[in-house]
Design a protein around this ligand. Structure first.
Ligand SMILES: *Cc1c(COP(=O)(O)O)cnc(C)c1O
Length: 513
Protein backbone atom coordinates (compact mmCIF):
# COMPACT_ATOMS: atom_id res chain seq x y z
CA UNK A 1 0.00 0.00 0.00
CA UNK A 2 1.29 3.40 -0.91
CA UNK A 3 -0.43 6.74 -0.87
CA UNK A 4 0.73 9.72 -2.84
CA UNK A 5 0.78 13.45 -2.08
CA UNK A 6 1.43 15.52 -5.13
CA UNK A 7 0.51 19.11 -4.39
CA UNK A 8 2.61 21.67 -2.58
CA UNK A 9 1.94 24.63 -0.32
CA UNK A 10 3.91 27.33 1.46
CA UNK A 11 5.03 27.06 5.10
CA UNK A 12 3.51 30.52 5.70
CA UNK A 13 -0.15 30.97 4.96
CA UNK A 14 -0.40 34.19 2.99
CA UNK A 15 -0.15 32.18 -0.23
CA UNK A 16 -3.22 30.02 0.32
CA UNK A 17 -3.56 27.96 -2.85
CA UNK A 18 -1.61 24.77 -3.52
CA UNK A 19 0.92 24.46 -6.35
CA UNK A 20 2.02 21.77 -8.75
CA UNK A 21 5.45 20.14 -8.45
CA UNK A 22 6.70 22.11 -11.47
CA UNK A 23 5.58 25.43 -10.02
CA UNK A 24 7.19 24.63 -6.66
CA UNK A 25 10.49 23.70 -8.33
CA UNK A 26 10.67 26.57 -10.80
CA UNK A 27 9.53 29.21 -8.32
CA UNK A 28 11.79 27.91 -5.52
CA UNK A 29 10.58 30.23 -2.77
CA UNK A 30 6.88 31.00 -2.18
CA UNK A 31 5.78 34.59 -2.77
CA UNK A 32 4.93 34.97 0.97
CA UNK A 33 8.55 34.14 1.84
CA UNK A 34 7.77 30.56 2.91
CA UNK A 35 9.14 27.27 1.59
CA UNK A 36 7.12 24.76 -0.41
CA UNK A 37 6.25 21.38 1.07
CA UNK A 38 3.81 18.51 0.54
CA UNK A 39 1.20 19.06 3.29
CA UNK A 40 0.60 15.32 3.60
CA UNK A 41 3.59 12.98 3.58
CA UNK A 42 2.94 9.86 1.47
CA UNK A 43 2.95 6.52 3.30
CA UNK A 44 4.67 3.27 2.36
CA UNK A 45 3.57 0.04 4.07
CA UNK A 46 5.86 -2.20 6.07
CA UNK A 47 5.18 -4.99 3.62
CA UNK A 48 6.17 -2.89 0.58
CA UNK A 49 9.35 -1.80 2.35
CA UNK A 50 10.54 -5.21 3.45
CA UNK A 51 9.42 -7.38 0.56
CA UNK A 52 9.93 -5.00 -2.41
CA UNK A 53 11.87 -1.82 -1.76
CA UNK A 54 14.64 -3.63 0.14
CA UNK A 55 15.68 -5.32 -3.13
CA UNK A 56 15.82 -2.23 -5.35
CA UNK A 57 18.83 -0.41 -6.77
CA UNK A 58 19.41 3.27 -5.93
CA UNK A 59 17.83 4.39 -9.21
CA UNK A 60 14.82 2.06 -8.85
CA UNK A 61 14.23 3.30 -5.30
CA UNK A 62 14.50 6.91 -6.43
CA UNK A 63 11.75 6.26 -9.00
CA UNK A 64 9.40 4.60 -6.48
CA UNK A 65 9.90 7.49 -4.03
CA UNK A 66 9.58 10.31 -6.55
CA UNK A 67 6.43 8.83 -8.07
CA UNK A 68 4.73 9.43 -4.72
CA UNK A 69 5.56 13.14 -4.86
CA UNK A 70 5.14 13.88 -8.58
CA UNK A 71 1.86 13.30 -10.39
CA UNK A 72 2.30 11.19 -13.54
CA UNK A 73 0.17 13.77 -15.34
CA UNK A 74 3.00 16.24 -14.66
CA UNK A 75 5.93 13.95 -15.44
CA UNK A 76 5.09 10.60 -17.04
CA UNK A 77 6.80 7.68 -15.32
CA UNK A 78 9.08 6.89 -18.25
CA UNK A 79 10.32 10.50 -18.34
CA UNK A 80 10.97 10.48 -14.60
CA UNK A 81 12.88 7.23 -14.96
CA UNK A 82 15.03 8.76 -17.71
CA UNK A 83 15.70 11.87 -15.62
CA UNK A 84 16.84 9.73 -12.68
CA UNK A 85 19.04 7.52 -14.84
CA UNK A 86 20.74 10.45 -16.51
CA UNK A 87 21.27 12.24 -13.20
CA UNK A 88 23.06 9.34 -11.54
CA UNK A 89 25.02 8.13 -14.58
CA UNK A 90 27.56 10.87 -13.75
CA UNK A 91 28.48 9.21 -10.44
CA UNK A 92 31.70 7.24 -10.16
CA UNK A 93 30.25 4.53 -7.87
CA UNK A 94 27.78 2.02 -9.37
CA UNK A 95 25.72 2.10 -6.12
CA UNK A 96 25.69 5.95 -6.40
CA UNK A 97 25.89 6.32 -2.58
CA UNK A 98 27.83 3.29 -1.28
CA UNK A 99 27.95 2.39 2.40
CA UNK A 100 31.38 1.70 3.91
CA UNK A 101 30.37 -0.95 6.44
CA UNK A 102 31.95 -1.50 9.85
CA UNK A 103 34.80 0.91 9.21
CA UNK A 104 36.31 0.42 12.66
CA UNK A 105 35.99 -3.37 12.43
CA UNK A 106 35.48 -3.67 16.19
CA UNK A 107 31.82 -4.61 16.35
CA UNK A 108 30.56 -1.04 16.76
CA UNK A 109 28.29 -1.21 13.68
CA UNK A 110 29.66 2.14 12.53
CA UNK A 111 28.89 2.55 8.83
CA UNK A 112 29.83 5.55 6.72
CA UNK A 113 27.44 6.58 3.95
CA UNK A 114 29.63 8.02 1.18
CA UNK A 115 27.67 10.75 -0.58
CA UNK A 116 30.68 12.20 -2.40
CA UNK A 117 30.97 10.08 -5.54
CA UNK A 118 29.36 12.66 -7.82
CA UNK A 119 31.14 15.02 -10.26
CA UNK A 120 32.25 17.60 -7.66
CA UNK A 121 33.07 15.15 -4.84
CA UNK A 122 30.42 16.60 -2.51
CA UNK A 123 27.02 15.43 -1.29
CA UNK A 124 25.26 18.36 -2.99
CA UNK A 125 25.73 16.57 -6.32
CA UNK A 126 23.06 14.00 -5.35
CA UNK A 127 20.46 16.77 -5.48
CA UNK A 128 21.93 19.17 -8.04
CA UNK A 129 22.57 16.62 -10.77
CA UNK A 130 18.84 15.84 -10.62
CA UNK A 131 17.72 19.47 -10.30
CA UNK A 132 19.75 20.50 -13.38
CA UNK A 133 18.08 17.84 -15.51
CA UNK A 134 14.68 18.76 -14.11
CA UNK A 135 15.13 22.45 -15.02
CA UNK A 136 16.09 21.48 -18.55
CA UNK A 137 13.12 19.09 -18.82
CA UNK A 138 10.59 21.73 -17.75
CA UNK A 139 12.12 24.34 -20.05
CA UNK A 140 12.16 22.02 -23.04
CA UNK A 141 8.48 21.38 -22.52
CA UNK A 142 7.66 25.07 -22.17
CA UNK A 143 9.72 25.89 -25.26
CA UNK A 144 8.42 23.08 -27.46
CA UNK A 145 7.26 24.54 -30.79
CA UNK A 146 8.42 28.06 -29.83
CA UNK A 147 10.50 29.85 -32.46
CA UNK A 148 14.03 31.03 -31.56
CA UNK A 149 13.81 34.38 -29.82
CA UNK A 150 10.61 33.48 -27.97
CA UNK A 151 12.06 30.66 -25.91
CA UNK A 152 11.92 30.98 -22.14
CA UNK A 153 15.43 31.09 -20.71
CA UNK A 154 16.50 31.02 -17.08
CA UNK A 155 19.49 32.85 -15.67
CA UNK A 156 20.62 31.14 -12.48
CA UNK A 157 22.53 33.44 -10.14
CA UNK A 158 24.08 32.24 -6.90
CA UNK A 159 26.75 33.04 -4.33
CA UNK A 160 29.05 30.43 -2.84
CA UNK A 161 31.53 30.20 -0.01
CA UNK A 162 32.76 26.91 -1.44
CA UNK A 163 30.89 23.73 -2.29
CA UNK A 164 27.44 24.76 -3.51
CA UNK A 165 28.82 26.76 -6.43
CA UNK A 166 30.67 23.92 -8.11
CA UNK A 167 27.82 21.44 -7.55
CA UNK A 168 25.38 23.94 -9.11
CA UNK A 169 27.70 24.53 -12.08
CA UNK A 170 28.14 20.80 -12.70
CA UNK A 171 24.37 20.34 -12.42
CA UNK A 172 23.63 23.03 -15.02
CA UNK A 173 26.58 22.96 -17.41
CA UNK A 174 25.53 22.49 -21.02
CA UNK A 175 21.80 22.57 -20.23
CA UNK A 176 19.65 24.12 -22.92
CA UNK A 177 18.09 27.55 -22.23
CA UNK A 178 19.81 27.87 -18.85
CA UNK A 179 22.80 30.03 -17.99
CA UNK A 180 24.56 30.04 -14.63
CA UNK A 181 26.55 32.76 -12.86
CA UNK A 182 28.24 31.98 -9.56
CA UNK A 183 29.74 34.75 -7.42
CA UNK A 184 32.47 33.96 -4.93
CA UNK A 185 34.78 36.11 -2.80
CA UNK A 186 38.21 36.42 -4.45
CA UNK A 187 40.88 34.53 -2.54
CA UNK A 188 38.51 33.29 0.13
CA UNK A 189 37.71 29.82 -1.16
CA UNK A 190 40.13 26.92 -1.47
CA UNK A 191 42.20 26.60 -4.67
CA UNK A 192 40.50 23.30 -5.56
CA UNK A 193 37.07 24.84 -5.16
CA UNK A 194 38.02 27.74 -7.43
CA UNK A 195 39.53 25.40 -10.02
CA UNK A 196 36.42 23.19 -9.99
CA UNK A 197 34.23 26.14 -10.90
CA UNK A 198 36.50 28.10 -13.22
CA UNK A 199 37.72 25.23 -15.40
CA UNK A 200 34.26 24.23 -16.65
CA UNK A 201 34.42 25.14 -20.36
CA UNK A 202 30.69 25.12 -21.22
CA UNK A 203 29.57 28.41 -22.70
CA UNK A 204 26.49 28.71 -20.42
CA UNK A 205 28.67 28.89 -17.29
CA UNK A 206 30.50 31.91 -15.88
CA UNK A 207 32.14 32.31 -12.46
CA UNK A 208 32.45 35.83 -11.10
CA UNK A 209 35.30 36.44 -8.70
CA UNK A 210 34.20 39.38 -6.55
CA UNK A 211 36.64 41.42 -4.51
CA UNK A 212 34.88 41.27 -1.13
CA UNK A 213 33.45 38.82 1.38
CA UNK A 214 30.95 35.98 1.04
CA UNK A 215 28.32 38.20 2.69
CA UNK A 216 28.94 40.86 0.02
CA UNK A 217 28.36 38.23 -2.67
CA UNK A 218 25.20 37.00 -1.01
CA UNK A 219 23.85 40.54 -0.61
CA UNK A 220 24.42 41.21 -4.31
CA UNK A 221 22.56 38.03 -5.25
CA UNK A 222 19.65 38.99 -2.99
CA UNK A 223 19.56 42.46 -4.52
CA UNK A 224 19.51 40.96 -8.01
CA UNK A 225 16.55 38.77 -7.03
CA UNK A 226 14.77 41.87 -5.75
CA UNK A 227 15.47 43.87 -8.92
CA UNK A 228 12.14 43.65 -10.81
CA UNK A 229 13.44 45.01 -14.14
CA UNK A 230 16.47 42.77 -14.28
CA UNK A 231 14.36 39.84 -13.17
CA UNK A 232 11.64 40.18 -15.76
CA UNK A 233 14.26 40.66 -18.47
CA UNK A 234 16.39 37.65 -17.53
CA UNK A 235 14.16 35.25 -15.52
CA UNK A 236 16.53 34.99 -12.60
CA UNK A 237 16.40 31.53 -11.01
CA UNK A 238 17.85 29.97 -7.88
CA UNK A 239 19.10 26.49 -7.09
CA UNK A 240 19.81 27.07 -3.41
CA UNK A 241 19.15 24.53 -0.72
CA UNK A 242 15.54 25.54 -0.13
CA UNK A 243 14.44 24.14 -3.50
CA UNK A 244 12.01 21.27 -2.84
CA UNK A 245 13.46 19.06 -5.59
CA UNK A 246 16.78 18.97 -3.74
CA UNK A 247 15.16 17.55 -0.61
CA UNK A 248 13.18 15.06 -2.70
CA UNK A 249 16.29 13.73 -4.43
CA UNK A 250 18.04 13.20 -1.09
CA UNK A 251 15.31 10.99 0.41
CA UNK A 252 16.52 8.01 -1.64
CA UNK A 253 19.81 7.45 0.15
CA UNK A 254 18.15 7.11 3.54
CA UNK A 255 16.10 4.15 2.28
CA UNK A 256 19.01 2.67 0.37
CA UNK A 257 21.46 2.92 3.28
CA UNK A 258 18.91 1.64 5.79
CA UNK A 259 18.43 -1.58 3.81
CA UNK A 260 22.19 -2.03 3.44
CA UNK A 261 22.83 -1.45 7.14
CA UNK A 262 20.05 -3.83 8.23
CA UNK A 263 20.58 -6.44 5.51
CA UNK A 264 17.15 -5.68 4.14
CA UNK A 265 15.39 -6.44 7.43
CA UNK A 266 13.53 -4.28 9.90
CA UNK A 267 16.29 -3.29 12.34
CA UNK A 268 17.39 -0.51 14.66
CA UNK A 269 19.21 2.11 12.60
CA UNK A 270 20.30 5.59 13.66
CA UNK A 271 21.44 8.18 11.12
CA UNK A 272 23.95 10.87 12.08
CA UNK A 273 24.04 13.90 9.78
CA UNK A 274 26.58 16.77 9.71
CA UNK A 275 24.15 19.68 9.41
CA UNK A 276 24.09 23.32 8.40
CA UNK A 277 21.01 24.41 6.47
CA UNK A 278 19.12 21.26 7.55
CA UNK A 279 18.45 20.11 3.96
CA UNK A 280 20.30 16.81 4.22
CA UNK A 281 18.73 15.62 7.48
CA UNK A 282 15.27 16.90 6.50
CA UNK A 283 15.27 14.30 3.71
CA UNK A 284 15.79 11.69 6.46
CA UNK A 285 12.76 13.06 8.29
CA UNK A 286 10.65 12.51 5.16
CA UNK A 287 11.96 8.94 4.90
CA UNK A 288 11.04 8.29 8.54
CA UNK A 289 7.58 9.83 8.20
CA UNK A 290 6.94 7.80 5.02
CA UNK A 291 7.25 4.70 7.18
CA UNK A 292 10.94 3.74 7.15
CA UNK A 293 11.48 2.64 10.78
CA UNK A 294 14.52 4.84 11.53
CA UNK A 295 15.31 4.78 15.24
CA UNK A 296 16.67 8.34 15.42
CA UNK A 297 17.97 11.16 13.23
CA UNK A 298 20.92 12.81 14.92
CA UNK A 299 21.87 16.38 14.02
CA UNK A 300 25.63 16.91 14.27
CA UNK A 301 26.69 20.56 14.30
CA UNK A 302 29.98 22.41 14.66
CA UNK A 303 30.26 25.50 16.87
CA UNK A 304 27.49 27.14 14.85
CA UNK A 305 24.96 25.23 16.90
CA UNK A 306 21.59 26.98 16.49
CA UNK A 307 19.88 23.58 16.06
CA UNK A 308 21.52 21.97 19.07
CA UNK A 309 20.55 24.96 21.21
CA UNK A 310 16.98 24.86 19.94
CA UNK A 311 16.46 21.20 20.81
CA UNK A 312 17.84 21.82 24.30
CA UNK A 313 15.99 25.08 25.08
CA UNK A 314 13.06 25.52 22.69
CA UNK A 315 14.50 28.91 21.75
CA UNK A 316 15.38 29.46 18.10
CA UNK A 317 17.86 32.29 18.15
CA UNK A 318 19.92 33.72 15.33
CA UNK A 319 23.56 34.04 16.38
CA UNK A 320 24.95 37.51 15.81
CA UNK A 321 28.14 36.18 14.32
CA UNK A 322 29.16 33.10 12.35
CA UNK A 323 32.18 31.27 13.75
CA UNK A 324 34.68 30.16 11.12
CA UNK A 325 35.31 26.47 11.70
CA UNK A 326 37.11 23.59 10.02
CA UNK A 327 33.75 22.56 8.49
CA UNK A 328 32.84 25.75 6.58
CA UNK A 329 29.83 24.29 4.71
CA UNK A 330 28.13 24.15 8.12
CA UNK A 331 29.03 27.70 9.19
CA UNK A 332 25.56 29.24 9.19
CA UNK A 333 23.57 31.77 11.21
CA UNK A 334 20.24 30.21 10.47
CA UNK A 335 19.13 26.82 9.11
CA UNK A 336 16.75 27.69 6.26
CA UNK A 337 15.20 24.26 5.84
CA UNK A 338 14.37 23.96 9.53
CA UNK A 339 11.25 25.97 8.73
CA UNK A 340 9.80 22.93 6.97
CA UNK A 341 10.16 20.74 10.05
CA UNK A 342 8.62 23.49 12.18
CA UNK A 343 5.58 23.51 9.89
CA UNK A 344 4.94 19.76 10.37
CA UNK A 345 5.43 20.12 14.13
CA UNK A 346 3.06 23.12 14.23
CA UNK A 347 0.51 21.15 12.24
CA UNK A 348 0.66 18.16 14.57
CA UNK A 349 0.94 19.87 17.93
CA UNK A 350 -0.45 23.42 17.62
CA UNK A 351 -2.90 23.63 14.79
CA UNK A 352 -5.35 20.73 15.20
CA UNK A 353 -4.01 19.38 11.89
CA UNK A 354 -5.10 22.41 9.86
CA UNK A 355 -2.70 23.24 7.02
CA UNK A 356 -3.42 26.95 6.89
CA UNK A 357 -3.46 27.28 10.67
CA UNK A 358 -0.02 25.62 10.77
CA UNK A 359 1.19 28.24 8.31
CA UNK A 360 -0.11 31.02 10.54
CA UNK A 361 1.75 29.58 13.53
CA UNK A 362 4.99 29.37 11.54
CA UNK A 363 4.48 32.85 10.15
CA UNK A 364 4.13 34.14 13.69
CA UNK A 365 7.34 32.51 14.82
CA UNK A 366 9.28 33.95 11.88
CA UNK A 367 7.84 37.41 12.44
CA UNK A 368 9.26 37.19 15.95
CA UNK A 369 12.58 36.01 14.59
CA UNK A 370 12.69 39.03 12.30
CA UNK A 371 11.69 41.59 14.93
CA UNK A 372 13.42 40.15 18.01
CA UNK A 373 16.10 37.86 16.60
CA UNK A 374 14.49 34.82 18.26
CA UNK A 375 11.34 32.93 19.16
CA UNK A 376 10.41 30.32 21.73
CA UNK A 377 8.13 27.33 21.13
CA UNK A 378 6.02 25.31 23.59
CA UNK A 379 7.51 22.27 25.28
CA UNK A 380 5.11 20.04 23.31
CA UNK A 381 6.82 21.12 20.08
CA UNK A 382 10.23 20.22 21.48
CA UNK A 383 8.91 16.92 22.83
CA UNK A 384 7.51 16.22 19.37
CA UNK A 385 10.84 17.02 17.69
CA UNK A 386 12.72 14.82 20.15
CA UNK A 387 10.70 11.76 19.09
CA UNK A 388 12.54 11.85 15.78
CA UNK A 389 15.70 13.89 16.45
CA UNK A 390 18.64 14.19 18.81
CA UNK A 391 21.62 16.52 18.49
CA UNK A 392 25.34 16.71 19.22
CA UNK A 393 27.74 19.64 18.97
CA UNK A 394 31.36 19.05 17.98
CA UNK A 395 34.28 21.46 18.37
CA UNK A 396 37.16 21.97 15.91
CA UNK A 397 39.51 20.23 18.32
CA UNK A 398 37.25 17.17 18.43
CA UNK A 399 36.94 17.27 14.63
CA UNK A 400 40.71 17.09 14.17
CA UNK A 401 41.02 14.39 16.84
CA UNK A 402 38.38 12.31 15.02
CA UNK A 403 40.19 12.53 11.65
CA UNK A 404 43.33 11.33 13.43
CA UNK A 405 41.63 8.57 15.37
CA UNK A 406 39.82 7.10 12.37
CA UNK A 407 43.03 7.15 10.36
CA UNK A 408 44.69 5.16 13.13
CA UNK A 409 42.02 2.63 14.06
CA UNK A 410 40.01 1.99 10.88
CA UNK A 411 40.09 -1.55 9.47
CA UNK A 412 37.64 -1.46 6.50
CA UNK A 413 39.45 0.10 4.75
CA UNK A 414 42.66 0.67 6.68
CA UNK A 415 43.64 4.33 7.20
CA UNK A 416 40.20 5.67 6.30
CA UNK A 417 40.46 9.43 5.78
CA UNK A 418 37.54 11.69 6.72
CA UNK A 419 36.90 15.22 5.54
CA UNK A 420 36.22 17.64 8.44
CA UNK A 421 32.41 17.73 7.87
CA UNK A 422 32.22 13.96 7.92
CA UNK A 423 34.43 13.97 11.03
CA UNK A 424 31.88 16.13 12.87
CA UNK A 425 29.33 13.38 12.20
CA UNK A 426 31.64 10.51 13.09
CA UNK A 427 32.65 12.21 16.36
CA UNK A 428 28.95 12.51 17.26
CA UNK A 429 28.40 8.87 16.27
CA UNK A 430 31.19 7.64 18.52
CA UNK A 431 29.62 9.55 21.40
CA UNK A 432 26.26 7.87 20.76
CA UNK A 433 27.81 4.42 20.56
CA UNK A 434 29.43 5.00 23.95
CA UNK A 435 26.16 6.29 25.44
CA UNK A 436 23.80 3.69 23.96
CA UNK A 437 25.93 0.60 24.68
CA UNK A 438 23.53 -1.40 22.52
CA UNK A 439 25.10 -3.75 19.98
CA UNK A 440 21.77 -4.24 18.22
CA UNK A 441 21.83 -0.66 16.88
CA UNK A 442 23.45 0.14 13.52
CA UNK A 443 24.83 3.65 13.02
CA UNK A 444 24.91 5.29 9.61
CA UNK A 445 27.17 8.34 9.67
CA UNK A 446 26.77 10.52 6.57
CA UNK A 447 29.93 11.52 4.72
CA UNK A 448 29.26 14.79 2.91
CA UNK A 449 32.55 15.55 1.14
CA UNK A 450 35.69 13.90 -0.18
CA UNK A 451 38.72 14.74 2.01
CA UNK A 452 40.62 16.18 -0.98
CA UNK A 453 38.28 19.18 -0.94
CA UNK A 454 39.41 20.27 2.51
CA UNK A 455 43.11 19.69 2.22
CA UNK A 456 44.24 22.15 4.91
CA UNK A 457 42.15 20.60 7.70
CA UNK A 458 43.00 17.04 6.67
CA UNK A 459 46.73 17.72 6.35
CA UNK A 460 46.74 19.52 9.66
CA UNK A 461 45.30 16.42 11.32
CA UNK A 462 47.44 13.82 9.55
CA UNK A 463 50.79 15.37 8.63
CA UNK A 464 52.42 14.02 11.81
CA UNK A 465 52.01 10.45 10.54
CA UNK A 466 55.25 9.71 8.65
CA UNK A 467 53.60 7.36 6.14
CA UNK A 468 50.81 9.84 5.25
CA UNK A 469 50.88 11.59 1.87
CA UNK A 470 48.10 13.90 0.62
CA UNK A 471 49.10 13.54 -3.03
CA UNK A 472 49.18 9.77 -2.88
CA UNK A 473 46.49 8.91 -0.31
CA UNK A 474 43.86 11.61 -0.77
CA UNK A 475 44.02 13.56 -4.03
CA UNK A 476 42.11 11.90 -6.91
CA UNK A 477 43.78 12.18 -10.34
CA UNK A 478 40.71 13.96 -11.68
CA UNK A 479 41.05 16.80 -9.15
CA UNK A 480 44.83 16.94 -9.50
CA UNK A 481 44.44 17.53 -13.23
CA UNK A 482 42.28 20.64 -12.67
CA UNK A 483 45.28 22.83 -11.86
CA UNK A 484 46.58 22.29 -15.40
CA UNK A 485 43.37 23.37 -17.17
CA UNK A 486 42.63 26.91 -18.41
CA UNK A 487 40.45 29.03 -16.12
CA UNK A 488 37.48 31.09 -17.24
CA UNK A 489 37.14 33.81 -14.61
CA UNK A 490 35.70 37.26 -14.63
CA UNK A 491 36.95 39.63 -11.94
CA UNK A 492 34.63 42.18 -10.38
CA UNK A 493 36.84 44.78 -8.74
CA UNK A 494 34.43 45.83 -6.03
CA UNK A 495 31.25 44.35 -4.50
CA UNK A 496 28.80 46.46 -6.43
CA UNK A 497 25.47 45.26 -7.83
CA UNK A 498 25.68 47.41 -10.98
CA UNK A 499 29.08 45.99 -11.88
CA UNK A 500 27.75 42.46 -11.41
CA UNK A 501 24.59 43.11 -13.43
CA UNK A 502 26.66 44.61 -16.25
CA UNK A 503 29.01 41.64 -16.21
CA UNK A 504 26.09 39.22 -16.41
CA UNK A 505 24.52 41.07 -19.35
CA UNK A 506 27.81 41.31 -21.18
CA UNK A 507 28.44 37.58 -20.78
CA UNK A 508 24.85 36.64 -21.64
CA UNK A 509 25.23 38.45 -24.94
CA UNK A 510 28.40 36.47 -25.67
CA UNK A 511 26.83 33.16 -24.64
CA UNK A 512 24.17 33.50 -27.33
CA UNK A 513 22.12 30.61 -25.87
C1 LIG B 1 26.11 21.62 2.42
C2 LIG B 1 27.01 20.75 3.20
C3 LIG B 1 26.68 20.30 4.50
C4 LIG B 1 25.43 20.72 5.23
O1 LIG B 1 24.25 20.22 4.66
P1 LIG B 1 22.85 20.94 4.98
O2 LIG B 1 21.89 20.32 4.05
O3 LIG B 1 23.07 22.40 4.71
O4 LIG B 1 22.53 20.66 6.41
C5 LIG B 1 27.58 19.47 5.16
N1 LIG B 1 28.76 19.12 4.59
C6 LIG B 1 29.10 19.53 3.36
C7 LIG B 1 30.42 19.14 2.81
C8 LIG B 1 28.25 20.35 2.62
O5 LIG B 1 28.63 20.78 1.40
Amino acid sequence: MVTASQVYRSTRSAEKETKSFEAAVIQGLASDGGLFLPPTIPQVSHQTLFTKWNKLSFQELALEIMKLYVDSAEIPEQDLKNLIERSYSTFRAPEVTPLAKNVTGNGENLHVLELFHGPTYAFKDVALQFLGNLFEYFLMRTNKDKPEGERKQITVVGATSGDTGSAAIYGLRGKKDVSVFILYPTGRISPIQEEQMATVPDKNVQTLSVKGTFDNCQDIVKAIFGDKDFNSKHNVGAVNSINWARILAQITYYFYAYFQASNGENGKVKFVVPSGNFGDILAGYFAKKMGLPIEKLVIATNENDILDRFLKSGVYERSDKVSSTLSPAMDILISSNFERLLWYLAKEYEAGNGDLRAGEVVNNWFNHLRSEGKFKVDQKIIDGALKDFASERVSDEQTTATIKKMYEISENPKHYILDPHTAVGVCATERLIAKDKDASISYVSLSTAHPAKFAAAVNNALSSFPEYSFERDVLPAELKKLSTLPKKLKFIEKPDIELVKNAIEEELAKMDL
